[in-house]
Design a protein around this ligand. Structure first.
Ligand SMILES: *[C@@H]1O[C@H](CO)[C@@H](O)[C@H](O)[C@H]1NC(C)=O
Ligand SMILES: *[C@@H]1O[C@H](CO)[C@@H](O)[C@H](O)[C@H]1NC(C)=O
Length: 304
């Protein structure tokens, strides 16, 4: 039964949504953008996307079974979809008539395998987006509400990585924050068009970058692709520890340095003289990938 979840959500709306709505009204001075409204609409933009993904693209039970998954995997994805729908309802209610509406999307899902891969990507980006936005939220009620969504997204991600993909639920010792433009750059390729009535968010997508193979290991040499690739550039790696390492890109190839470690990692193409990653020096990316140890690799690493 879904009753406990629904009751919990109702309680959350009662404690969080009422003071937040008042605060938005108070802050919305004419001509002055309210950062909390912007951030909530930014979160809603992502939740709308996730909600549409699970609602419209979950393959059938028969397809899951044919791909070798038990039927409860399909059921759990239905449950996750229900959570995303509830997140949309929660944020939309708090934003009232300022709430952005759903866009049209192209997720490129062709079957169970690409559905699971896209779910892994989106849940991880959701975690990184909420983490990165936390420092910009001014209303502490909103911070708690956003945090309570973040931890739920994080368990979705852990379930997909472990129960479904039979890999590592946790990844790294800390998760990886992304700023607004970095997050939007990962979402933008999936968004086809949005209603004109949606408030424009102050975000810009950077040019796309990709790497191959999509799930590399430390020490492996990957092929880097981007229309903005020029000789002398580097690939910077952002993880839970911040920007942890750089790799030279030579003839479109880069070797993943040991310092990258485990977990969700974002690669950004930057100029050869870059010392860190900023919006200003980003050439292309981020590209998202997961470096997940096998259980025995993790045990060997942590018992050193
Ligand atoms: C969020 O906070 C960071 C750190 O203070 C700041 O650099 C960034 O510009 C802020 N972003 C927005 C959209 O206000
Ligand atoms: C993101 O892009 C916008 C629009 O180009 C820009 O104004 C802003 O400074 C960028 N950085 C952040 C952190 O929002």
């Amino acid at each position: 039964m879904i009753a406990p979840v629904a009751a919990g959500l109702a309680a959350l709306s009662m404690v969080a949504a009422a003071p937040v709505e008042q605060t938005i009204a108070k802050r919305a001075a004419p001509g002055q953008a309210d950062i909390d409204t912007v951030i909530l609409n930014y979160a809603l933009t992502l939740e709308n996307l996730e909600n549409a993904f699970y609602r419209d693209h979950l393959p059938s039970k028969a397809a899951f079974s044919k791909a070798g998954y038990p039927s409860w995997v399909h059921d759990r994805f239905t449950e996750i979809g229900g959570h995303e729908k509830a997140h949309v309802a929660f944020l939309s209610k708090a934003l009232g008539d300022k709430a952005v509406k759903e866009c049209t999307y192209d997720f490129g899902v062709t079957g169970v395998k690409s559905f699971i891969a896209t779910s892994q990507l989106l849940e991880g980006v959701g975690v990184s987006a909420y983490l990165g936005a936390a420092q910009n939220i001014t209303n502490t009620d909103y911070l708690t509400a956003a945090g309570s969504i973040l931890t739920t997204e994080s368990r979705h991600s852990a379930w997909v990585q472990s129960s479904v993909a039979k890999s590592d639920a946790y990844g790294a010792t800390q998760d990886t924050p992304l700023n607004f433009n970095q997050t939007y750059s990962l979402a933008a390729p999936l968004i086809k068009s949005c209603p004109k009535s949606n408030a424009a968010l102050p975000v810009t997508a950077f040019p796309a970058a990709s790497i191959s193979p999509a799930a590399p290991k430390v020490g492996q040499t990957v092929t880097v692709t981007s229309s903005k690739l020029k000789s002398g550039q580097k690939l910077a790696f952002i993880t839970g520890g911040g920007v942890v390492a750089f790799a030279d890109i030579n003839d479109g190839k880069a070797k993943l340095p040991a310092a990258v470690g485990f977990g969700r990692t974002y690669g950004v193409i930057v100029p050869g003289d870059a010392k860190t990653v900023t919006d200003e020096n980003t050439v292309a990316g981020p590209v998202a990938f997961d470096i997940l140890p096998t259980a025995s690799e993790a045990a060997a690493f942590y018992s050193q």
